[in-house]
Design a binder for this molecule. Structure first.
Ligand SMILES: CC(C)(COP(=O)(O)OP(=O)(O)OC[C@H]1O[C@@H](n2cnc3c(N)ncnc32)[C@H](O)[C@@H]1OP(=O)(O)O)[C@@H](O)C(=O)NCCC(=O)NCCS
Length: 184
């Protein structure tokens, strides 16, 4: 159950360490069937999510989490897409149900954009199914140009035009800093 805001513990947005892999796995396994479908575009079982979490920390994926106490309650992933000629990353997001629509997805998106620029990516891809209104709203908020394929929405963000200089979202963040969220 979500805690009322005044009782909620402090949350922290930070890059997850390899030792956070079990916390990341637990976060993914707490996603319900709808969220798993929205995130992975298919029916996904716990075994897959366990292997997936391990793989993320083994293949150089950047995983940023919102950590409350000992729990990761939301995450943003930045995967390399080496098959493209220009340096390209792919982003994916998961916010546990109790913490949605409170700006967490946006905070994670902003943080992920900073990491993507720091890693020298020229563009960022976001893929979801065409009915995922939440992800489409989030992607549009950060100027993703969305295209629709059969059942899928593909977003592209050209990073050359995105902060940090002069951009409101980046002004109070730094890749190597910790963004504190007082009350989630
Ligand atoms: C998509 C997701 C990450 C959004 O997280 P969130 O923390 O709720 O996002 P925010 O609160 O920052 O909202 C971002 C914007 O999207 C809008 N939004 C959020 N949920 C929405 C919904 N269900 N329908 C329409 N708009 C929505 C918000 O109003 C906000 O816009 P605003 O700032 O202009 O008001 C979350 O819903 C989620 O984890 N879904 C399941 C997994 C998934 O779909 N992942 C994406 C595929 S990779």
């Amino acid at each position: 159950m979500p805690l009322p805001p005044q009782d909620a513990p402090a949350g922290l947005i930070r890059q997850l360490r390899p030792s956070d892999a079990p916390r990341f796995r637990d976060h993914l396994q707490r996603l319900d069937a709808t969220a798993r479908h929205d995130r992975f575009n298919g029916g996904i079982d716990d075994g897959f999510l366990e292997r997936y979490a391990e793989r993320c920390f083994g293949d150089g994926t950047t995983v940023i989490g919102c950590v409350i106490g000992d729990r990761v309650v939301a995450a943003a992933e930045l995967h390399e897409r080496p098959e493209f000629e220009c340096p390209t990353g792919e982003a994916a997001f998961s916010v546990e149900h109790a913490h949605r629509r409170r700006g967490l997805g946006s905070r994670l998106f902003e943080r992920l954009l900073l990491h993507a620029r720091a890693l020298g990516y020229d563009r960022l891809l976001v893929t979801t199914h065409a009915d995922n209104g939440a992800m489409k709203a989030l992607a549009r908020k950060y100027d993703a140009q969305l295209e629709f394929d059969v059942g899928e929405a593909h977003g592209i963000i050209e990073l050359a035009g995105v902060g940090p200089a002069g951009s409101a979202w980046a002004s109070d963040h730094a890749v190597d800093g910790l963004a504190e969220l007082p009350h989630l």
